[in-house]
Design a binder for this molecule. Structure first.
Ligand SMILES: [Zn+2]
Length: 263
């Protein structure tokens, strides 16, 4: 019953805040934690460009992946959004911005494949999908399976679950938080992490929670009652987010930046 924790670092792209990324990864390495790093294959989102650097971005990511310092995930293609209300997680309080939801299957498949090819050209071959803004629909899932993806770092629940031939590893929080049981992924955005965020990350690790790498997570077998717990978790999540949305206008996200938030 000991809860397990995965960590992911979103929005890695040439031009990201490299010092924040390195600082965050440095804490992970200090505590022997291997995070999932979501890489945008062809970033066109100006919000993710924090510095003019990035010359060695691809070489560094390939080296980190090769040395098993990180597990890579494909984080969309361009990280540019349109508005569409059909995202499967929308009911849990996410807004309607999406790179994929609402687009025809063929278009989504082409975008996913294009991203894969770019990553592959840099020596990266992730089997994990990380949807920009946690936004995807049924066509996205079919396209991911058709493109050869097996895992999705997203979803609501306390245990991994399967859908459309993909295994989902739920993400409930953008900050290190304890859960009572199961396995959760904590979603960090190094580009916008504050001093307090770094401090709370380090203090979370200092509490010796059971942290697993993605490679350890995929051999984990949820208990028989996991589907029941997941349904209860979704009901609770939906109710809490709905109540909070009614009391507080801006859409809830996993990020802490102002304006259009990084996800
Ligand atoms: Zn993102």
């Amino acid at each position: 019953m000991t809860p397990r924790y995965l960590f992911r670092m979103d929005d890695a792209a040439p031009g990201m805040d490299r010092s924040a990324f390195d600082r965050c990864l440095g804490i992970f390495r200090e505590f022997d934690v291997r995070p999932i790093v979501g890489i945008v294959p062809d970033n066109r989102d100006p919000l993710l460009v924090k510095s003019g650097g990035g010359r060695d971005f691809w070489e560094t990511m390939a080296r980190f992946a090769g040395e098993k310092i990180i597990t890579t995930a494909q984080h969309g293609l361009h990280h540019v959004y349109h508005r569409h209300a059909g995202s499967l997680l929308r009911r849990y309080g996410f807004d309607d911005l999406s790179e994929f939801a609402g687009l025809p299957f063929d278009v989504q498949l082409e975008k996913i494949r294009q991203g894969r090819e770019i990553l592959s050209s840099h020596g990266l071959a992730p089997s994990v999908w990380m949807a920009p803004n946690h936004s995807f629909d049924g066509a996205t899932l079919k396209a991911l399976a058709a493109a050869g993806f097996a895992f999705v770092t997203d979803g609501i629940g306390l245990y991994p679950y399967k859908r459309c031939g993909l295994t989902f590893y739920p993400v409930l929080s953008g900050k290190p938080r304890r859960i009572p049981c199961g396995m959760t992924t904590i979603c960090l955005h190094p580009n916008t992490m504050t001093e307090n965020d770094f401090i709370s990350l380090r203090s979370f690790f200092a509490g010796s929670p059971r942290i697993v790498s993605f490679e350890e997570a995929i051999v984990y077998r949820p208990p028989w009652f996991a589907p029941v717990v997941n349904v209860l978790c979704r009901i609770a999540f939906f109710l809490v987010k709905t109540i909070m949305r009614l009391r507080w206008k801006p859409p809830l996200t996993f990020s802490s930046t102002a304006g259009r938030r990084q996800r």
